[in-house]
Design a protein around this ligand. Structure first.
Ligand code: GDG
Length: 466
């Protein structure tokens, strides 16, 4: 069996329960194959000069039979590659926010430099038949850099965020270079069919790619296989967490505290892609339009701090503080506050109890690759009395979770109406929608995601390296 090498911006100890996300997803395959997980340590090299990071070694640490290998970055590389190109160019553009992008040429140079550094440091750890799986927008050019060093292994790429339509992509000054770099992979996986379509159209329009079949694109003398591999969650682990002590305690406490109320819940990183202000407008509209919700509907919005070093996030924070204050000021009573806004991280073990105690989840991003909160909410529900999911049609999850109440988050009135419908939905309808949703997220869970992608990568017909 080929060894798996996972490369992502950050790594995590796959044994730690708090690791979550990608760690849960790739843990089994890493353990089965005695694999390697390679990424940035999250630390800055002592000496701020970029030379220091380029010459510093890789920290290699065995964790069971898995090898965690990390490198430090210089401050300059952190600012240009991570804060700059990844989070101030690619993140906003891929979420359709050209207005927030900062196309500074120093950022592009830093991004390229760090991808070269990753390739140089990874090279000595590679064996000839390793399967290499690169994750996300931080590392688009990594395969091309590895190919330049002579690496002929199968290399797959998975984009966790949306792929925008061609003309939005084309606004990035370096977009041709990014696209050419993507063709150095053997397989590119996306979250949804819409993303695959956007990428194919983009490659056809901008690189005159031939499309011999919907899964294969030919350009730059290479064939790239593409496909939708919607990421899932570990449903069984989530159900277990919901029944563990902290989950049950949280559930009991919430039910008691909010016995006379109907709970609505949002759980997001504080990010402009998540549509948080629009969600609050819709909630305010609900209170204005349906007087029966006053003194009853309570929105708990967890907005965990995220990327606080990136400017666009300050503005969002101020906006949220003021909107929540205004709604509470306008509608609050001595014994009821409509919005509980928590700008802190909540322990993972407590989340399932919070989900289960909520009548409605509001997952209303303006754009999202997938959105795992939607799936976690479904997994945590009591099948005999499940809460209802209100879901943005612009989340990747909308392609799969058809039985949710679908909304356009820009449509304040329509979203308020859908929330009211969710709050008043008869038990029978809730049960049947939940059954369908749960069986789908169970079938297409995180293990399915990982094994389907890796099987496809293993069996891809390989071209000659660039
Ligand atoms: C990217 C893509 C794609 C949130 N707040 C807290 C907390 N969380 C956890 C949730 C969930 C995760 O963070 C968020 O996942 P999402 O999928 O919603 O979003 P991104 O972080 O933007 O992730 C996204 C994903 O990659 C996977 O491919 O779905 O579209 O943008 O698991 O539960 N966890 C804890 N406390 C919090 O306060 N413990």
């Amino acid at each position: 069996m080929s060894r798996l090498v996972v490369v992502s911006n950050r790594t995590a100890d796959p044994r730690k329960p708090a690791a979550g996300g990608l760690a849960v997803a790739v843990k089994e395959s890493l353990q089965q194959t005695g694999g390697v997980w390679f990424g940035w340590s999250g630390r800055l090299a002592e000496d701020a000069g970029s030379e220091a990071a380029h010459t510093a070694g890789t920290h290699v640490q065995p964790v069971g039979n898995v090898t965690l290998a990390t490198l430090d970055l210089s401050r300059e590389d952190y600012e240009t590659y991570y804060l700059g190109y990844a989070n101030d160019v690619l993140w906003p553009v891929f979420h359709y926010r050209l207005d927030l992008a900062n196309f500074d040429t120093r950022f592009a140079a830093g991004y390229r430099r760090v991808n070269q550094l990753f390739a140089q440091k990874l090279l000595p750890l590679l064996k000839p038949d390793d399967l290499i799986w690169v994750h996300d927008y931080h590392l688009i050019p990594l395969a091309a850099e590895l190919r330049a060093l002579g690496v002929g292994n199968r290399i797959g790429f998975f984009l966790h965020i949306p792929m925008p339509p061609p003309l939005i992509m084309a606004a990035i000054p370096e977009h041709e270079w990014l696209m050419r770099s993507l063709f150095a992979y053997d397989l590119a996986g996306f979250q949804s069919q819409a993303d695959v379509t956007h990428f194919s159209h983009y490659a056809e329009a901008e690189a005159h790619a031939e499309v011999p079949s919907p899964e294969r694109l030919r350009a730059f003398n290479r064939t790239l296989r593409v496909g939708a591999y919607p990421i899932g969650i570990d449903v069984d682990e989530f159900v277990r967490l919901a029944h563990a002590k902290e989950g049950l305690d949280m559930f009991g406490w919430m039910r008691e505290e909010y016995a006379r109320r109907q709970l609505l819940l949002g759980v997001d990183r504080l990010d402009y892609s998540k549509g948080l202000p629009q969600r609050l407008y819709a909630f305010r509209e609900l209170l204005a339009r349906y007087p029966e919700t006053r003194n009853s509907a309570t929105l708990i919005q967890i907005a965990s701090p995220s990327r606080e070093d990136v400017g666009a996030y300050d503005e969002l924070r101020r906006q949220m503080d003021s909107l929540c204050g205004a709604i509470n000021g306008d509608y609050g009573e001595l014994d009821w506050m409509p919005v509980r806004y928590i700008h802190r991280n909540v322990a993972r073990r407590r989340l399932p109890g919070l989900y289960r105690a909520s009548r409605v989840a509001l997952v209303t991003p303006l754009r999202d690759g997938m959105n795992l909160v939607a799936k976690e909410f479904i997994a945590a529900q009591d099948p005999a009395d499940p809460g209802m999911l209100v879901l943005s049609r612009f989340a990747g999850a909308a392609e799969q979770l058809k039985e949710a109440l679908m909304v356009n988050p820009y449509d304040t009135q329509g979203t308020a109406q859908a929330i009211q419908r969710a709050l008043t939905m008869p038990l029978e309808e809730r049960i049947s929608r939940h059954e369908a949703l749960l069986s789908r997220i169970r079938k297409l869970d995180v293990h399915w995601w990982c094994s389907t992608f890796l099987q496809a990568l293993k069996h891809v017909e390989q071209d000659m390296p660039l």
